[in-house]
Design a protein around this ligand. Sequence first.
Ligand code: ZN
Length: 197
Amino acid sequence: MTDAATPKKRAKPKAKVQKVPTEAQAPARQVIGKDCVVAFHYSLCEVNAAGELSGWLEKSASRDPLLYLHGHANVIAGLEEALEGKTEGDKISITLGPEQAYGPRRPNSVQRIPIKHLHLRPDQKQLKAGEIVAIQTHNGIRNALVVKAGRFNVDVDTNHPYAGRTLHYEIEIVGVRPATPEEIEHRHAHGHGGHHH
Ligand code: ZN
C-alpha cells in the first residue's frame, strides 16, 4: 500500500556515471575474528544496583578511535566476545557485570608507595584522595586510586578503578583490517590509536 503520501524514501534518480568502487571487486567486509585489528569508538557509564545508568564516565568520540588486536585479551573479555563476528559500521550496546569486565574488587589491596615511584602527570602536583595515579609494576604501568596522600608516600588501592562495577558500553566499530605479522608477533595493534614504539 504505497501512495504519494507515504513518507517512504524515494529511489534516487539514476546517476549518469555509475559509481565504481575504489577497489574493483572489493571483498566482503572483514568480519572481526582472531588477529584482526579493530578500530572503535566507545562510551562508557556505570549501572548501579537499581539498574540506573550514571553519566558517561568515558567517551572516545571526540578523540581518535581506539585500536586493538582481537583475540589476544587486549580488551576486557565481555567486550571482545561481543565484538566477535561484527564488522565496520556495526553498533553495539552492552552491559557487563564485573566478572566480564574488570573483575571483583579485591579487599586488602591498599599499598603504601613512595611518591617518587609514581608516574605523575604535570598537573598532578598535590595528590589528593580520589585521584587516579599511574604506578610502575612488574607488569607495566597500571592505574591505582589514591586513598590517602602524605608528603612522601601515598596509600593506593591497586584494584582497577572499575573493579566490582557493572559497566554499560555503547560501541561503534569504525574499522576492521587483518593484522600485520609484526602486530601478531607483538600481540597488539600498531599505528594511530594503537601502540607506538
Ligand atoms: Zn608492537
